[in-house]
Design a protein around this ligand. Structure first.
Ligand code: CA
Length: 256
């Protein structure tokens, strides 16, 4: 973390002191969000994986997205349990080992306890945010392949074969951390390949393709080409990755 988050302090104090853990309403208030101004951009990429094709123009309205991956402290406060394989990594590390269905349950409970409005980002929103607002960036912040270590925990042994506290690498151009690496992040959409031609405005893909949901950004376990902003992974919605590579971030519509 680049600065101390009062929610983490409160949760840590509550656990040490044997008091009830923070409520979901506290968690919701403590999730730092970044405003992403809407726009249009060429989603996907050419020259890498076939699933990133075709490169196609997509437009998204302004939205808010989490500055950090959802942490273990936030998950515990909302869900009452810590799902993570890397639970010894600590409260400020990303939650891992969660399915898409469990991520949806986290969002539902967070909204019930915290006032509403949170959701998973769509796949188009996620890539747009990763590319610092739809810029022609291969990795977050437009870094070169040699500079990816500055912005991401990745490359397996280089990351110590595990996750790390969120926000300990440099952010992208919008101030969002860990979009590359640390943990893959579930997004809302179903996995459809090749990308459908429509809709081009605020696409949210809930039909067609495989009965799988998309993960984005790669993890501590992936090599450099698999932590690009355009890389796509997918698993069944009930899939729990026991190697601890998949977590989530959240999004919200402005004013919600
Ligand atoms: Ca990530």
């Amino acid at each position: 973390m680049t600065r101390r988050n009062p929610v983490f302090v409160a949760v840590a104090f509550a656990i040490v002191g044997g008091l009830p853990a923070a409520h979901g309403s506290d968690v919701a208030a403590g999730i730092e969000m970044v405003r992403v101004p809407g726009g249009c951009y060429p989603m996907g990429s050419a020259g890498y994986e076939k699933h990133e094709l075709p490169v196609h123009e997509v437009c998204v309205d302004s939205f808010d997205i989490g500055k950090y991956e959802i942490t273990q402290a936030q998950w515990k406060a909302v869900m009452g349990t810590n799902a993570s394989k890397f639970d010894t990594c600590g409260d400020t590390c990303p939650v891992d080992q969660v399915s898409w269905l469990q991520a949806q349950e986290f969002v539902r409970k967070l909204n019930v306890q915290g006032g509403g409005g949170f959701r998973l980002p769509t796949e188009a929103e996620w890539e747009y945010a990763c590319r610092s607002g739809g810029k022609r960036e291969t990795w977050p912040g437009g870094v070169s392949a040699e500079q990816v270590f500055d912005v991401a925990w990745f490359n397996k042994a280089s990351a110590g074969d595990r996750t790390h506290p969120v926000g300990t690498k440099k952010p992208n151009g919008l101030g969002i951390h860990d979009m590359a690496g640390n943990v893959w992040e579930w997004v809302q959409d179903k996995f459809v390949s090749p990308y459908p031609a429509s809709p081009t405005k605020n696409p949210r893909i809930e039909a067609g393709g495989e009965d799988k949901r998309v993960i984005r950004g790669g993890s501590w376990n992936q090599k450099v080409n698999y932590v690009r902003c355009a890389i796509r992974g997918r698993y069944e919605p009930e899939f729990v990755d026991r190697s601890g590579r998949i977590g989530l971030g959240v999004a919200r519509d402005p004013g919600s």
